[in-house]
Design a protein around this ligand. Structure first.
Ligand SMILES: [Zn+2]
Length: 103
């Protein structure tokens, strides 16, 4: 799985952690479910192409700088704070101090 996934699939968690190197992930339980190595939250996967297209589309939809924010979050866990919450803090939509952290 890891050799197939490497460089082709992005894993992203509910906690801002994302990676293209599945060897970094924690394999949870007897079934080896990929999870964040820091907070052990489970996550999702998509192809690198889907990942990049999603970022480009969101940037083009009035969110310039989002891709840079995402790049800075690579392999960083922010616990219960999501990527979208961090982005909204950075844009000033959410008040700082609600969830913790920044891009
Ligand atoms: Zn995490």
């Amino acid at each position: 799985m890891n050799e197939v996934a490497k460089g082709k699939l992005i894993w992203y968690g509910l906690c801002t952690y994302w990676t293209d190197d599945w060897d970094n992930l924690n394999l949870k339980g007897s079934q080896g479910i990929p999870s964040c190595p820091e907070c052990e939250n489970p996550g999702f996967q998509m192809t690198v192409q889907e990942w990049n297209e999603g970022i480009e589309k969101y940037e083009a939809d009035g969110n310039p700088g989002y891709g840079e924010c995402i790049a800075e979050l690579k392999e960083k866990c922010h616990g219960k704070t999501t990527i979208l919450e961090l982005w909204e803090i950075k844009k000033g939509v959410l008040a700082e101090g609600s969830p913790e952290g920044e891009c």
